[in-house]
Design a protein around this ligand. Sequence first.
Ligand code: ADP
Ligand code: MG
Length: 151
Amino acid sequence: MSVYFFTTTSPEETMTFSKKLAAYLQPGDVITLEGDLGAGKTTFVKGLAKGLNITRNVNSPTFTIIKEYQGKMPLYHMDVYRMEESDEDLGFEEYFSGSGITVVEWPQFIKDFLPEALLKITIKHTGENARKIQLEPIGSHFENLCKEIIQ
Ligand code: ADP
Ligand code: MG
C-alpha cells in the first residue's frame, strides 16, 4: 500500500489542498480523517466543502454525529466519537454508498461499517503552522487520485 505526503505551512494552504482534492472525488467516496485536536481536521473539511461549492460554514460536528451539507454533491461530515461504546448501525451504509462524499472522524469506532475502498487521511501537527498531511489510498480510484494530486 502506498503512502503519500503533503506538507502545508498555513491553514489557507491546507484548505487549498483539500479544495483541489474535492475536484477528484466521486459520489460515494469515503474519506477517513484522523489527527489530534487542533491538527486541522475541520480546516481540511472546510476546504473540501469549498471545492464542492458548499456555501454554508462547516464546523466541528462535536454534538452531532452526522452533519449534512448541500453542494455540487452532498457532503456528510461524521464525528463518530460517541460510537465508542456502541456497535449500533446508524445506517452508515446508505451514506457510504449514496450520492455524496462522506468524511469520517474517529473512524476506528465504526470500522466494521467502513467500506473496503477509502482514502485514509491523517494530519500531523509538525510545527506552529506546519502540518503533514498523510494520505493512504485503499483501492485503485483513490490510488489514482493521490497520484494526480501529489506530484
Ligand atoms: P481539528 O478539527 O483537527 O481539531 P481545526 O481545523 O479546528 O483542528 O484547527 C486547526 C487550527 O490550527 C486552526 O486554528 C488553524 O488556524 C491552525 N493552523 C495553523 N496552521 C495550520 C495548517 N497548516 N493547516 C491547518 N490548520 C492550521
Ligand atoms: Mg475539528
